[in-house]
Design a protein around this ligand. Structure first.
Ligand SMILES: *Cc1c(COP(=O)(O)O)cnc(C)c1O
Length: 469
């Protein structure tokens, strides 16, 4: 058993590594021909990898914090990226790597160019990692030698997740002086364009938005961003890649709270940054533009350290395998619930992109399509996700009374679950941003956000009916 591995030289390792990387690129090329469900089920984990892991047909969970190397040459070749490896779990890990490959395949489905993914410890960590690299100070020296810094600004929709609103206003604007330009009317391309100037670093959208389910014209926004050589960053947590893949519509970077519908069981907190290669940016080194994910993974992400646990990565992969069929059936449940609510006299407004009264319905029909699906006439199939909101005529007191009467539906600040869950954004997820912030985001006090789960819709409707009555 104590057979010595013949020590190879750095050059030999590099040659071997080169061949391994080429084989992986060829495998990726082949795998990318597969359909969405196949990618979700298998990712890049095939027979060869399984045989190297005692034949395990599931990806192995490597909980080890570090990788052992054959010798110093192997160590050096791996650390310098000449040989595939992972070294240390804060930076990379085989189990997390399988998840990242699956995420890149799903988000890049239907997109012709190269796509890479980075898994993070939470959705907020993903949003931070996706935005912070663009916010470096551009230092110049004035004629008398003092340092001058132009004040960077970011242009974003105020109709976004409460945590994102807080990150931008408190951490970026208050603490660092970055100017956050909230677009007054995110449905107007002119309103976005009017916010952009020489110090703008990126455009930021969320689609559909949490909790108002706003829909953006992604292709038009991407075109606008690219006119100014700026990246468009999109949070598409609520849609998941089963319904929307912003990269296909011109977006440059996609962020996800993987904690939500992607991990439907609710057993892990995680995030993801997924980006196409060769994206536009007025700031940062060439490496940032060439391969944003590789750049952040080996530099800022390594330094800030918001790494995912390999154990969580396994739970997430397990849930991801059935993503498309779940988004299909849960969307159908949510549609039935939305239709029930739309005709109920106690309801003021239903926020669901699938119903005709929603302001973004036409755009939603264009953008929110179930992957690999067609109806009897061969037309693509619209599915609108399983998150919806509704406001009550009686305002906050009515919303509290209804929430308190739920018997089946859980009261929790969560979404993307197989169990139906409701909250009042004004006192929970969007409480921190205050009344002015909520007004800007279009969130009334009497709004209930409802995540429609996998129960039979008749039971969810019955619970809503008794709570509203
Ligand atoms: C929950 C959520 C986030 C934050 O994700 P965490 O995993 O909770 O950090 C970001 N964006 C959206 C749309 C969300 O719903």
């Amino acid at each position: 058993m104590s057979e010595q591995i013949a020590p190879a030289t750095l050059e030999q390792y590099a040659a071997q590594g080169h061949a391994q990387l080429a084989a992986r690129a060829a495998q990726l090329q082949r795998v990318r021909q597969r359909k969405f469900d196949t990618l979700a089920v298998h990712g890049l984990y095939g027979a060869e990898a399984a045989l190297a892991n005692a034949g395990s047909i599931n990806e192995p969970i490597i909980l080890s914090s570090a990788q052992h190397f054959e010798n110093s040459d192997h160590m050096e070749a791996t650390i310098t990226g000449q040989v595939p490896g992972w070294a240390y779990t804060r930076i990379a890990n085989p189990t997390i790597g399988y998840l990242e490959e699956t995420l890149a395949l799903l988000e890049g489905y239907g997109y012709a160019g190269e796509v890479s993914a980075l898994a993070t410890a939470s959705g907020m960590a993903a949003i931070f990692m996706a935005t912070n690299p663009f916010l470096s100070l551009d230092l110049n020296r004035s004629s008398n030698g003092t340092l001058l810094a132009a004040r960077p600004n970011i242009v974003a929709t105020p109709r976004c997740y409460g945590g994102t609103f807080h990150l931008f206003t408190e951490r970026y604007a208050q603490e660092r002086g970055i100017e956050v330009r909230w677009v007054s009317d995110p449905d107007s391309l002119e309103a976005w364009a009017a916010c952009i100037d020489a110090n703008t670093r990126f455009l930021y959208g969320e689609m559909p938005s949490n909790p108002t389910l706003d829909v953006l014209d992604l292709a038009a926004l991407a075109e606008l961003a690219h006119t100014y050589y700026l990246p468009l960053i999109v949070d598409s947590t609520v849609a998941t890649p089963a319904l929307l893949r912003p990269l296909c519509h011109g977006a440059d970077i996609v962020v996800h709270s993987v904690s939500k519908s992607m991990t439907i069981s609710g057993m892990a907190i995680a995030g993801a940054v997924i980006a196409r290669h060769n994206l536009p940016s007025r700031v940062g080194p060439d490496a940032l533009r060439e391969n944003f994910i590789q750049y952040i993974k080996y530099l800022p992400f390594r330094d800030y350290g918001p790494a995912l646990s390999p154990f969580s990565a396994m739970l997430i992969m397990n849930d991801l395998r059935s993503l498309r069929s779940r988004m299909d059936s849960l969307s159908c449940n949510a549609m039935q619930v939305a239709q029930f609510l739309a005709q109920h006299p106690a309801i003021e407004h239903v926020y669901y992109p699938g119903i005709a009264s929603h302001a973004g319905h036409a755009l939603a029909q264009h953008y929110l399509l179930l992957a690999d699906s067609s109806d009897n006439d061969g037309a693509p199939v619209n599915r609108y996700g399983h998150l919806l909101s509704f406001s009550l005529r009686g305002g906050m007191p009515a919303a509290r009374a209804v929430l308190d009467r739920f018997g089946l539906i859980w009261r929790a600040t969560d979404l993307g679950r197989i169990k139906s869950i409701a909250t009042i954004p004004a006192i929970s997820t969007h409480q921190q941003q205050g009344e002015d912030g909520r007004k800007m985001a279009g969130i009334p006090a009497g709004m209930i956000r409802l995540n429609v789960g996998g129960e039979h819709p008749a039971d969810v409707i019955a619970d809503l009916d008794q709570a509203l009555g």
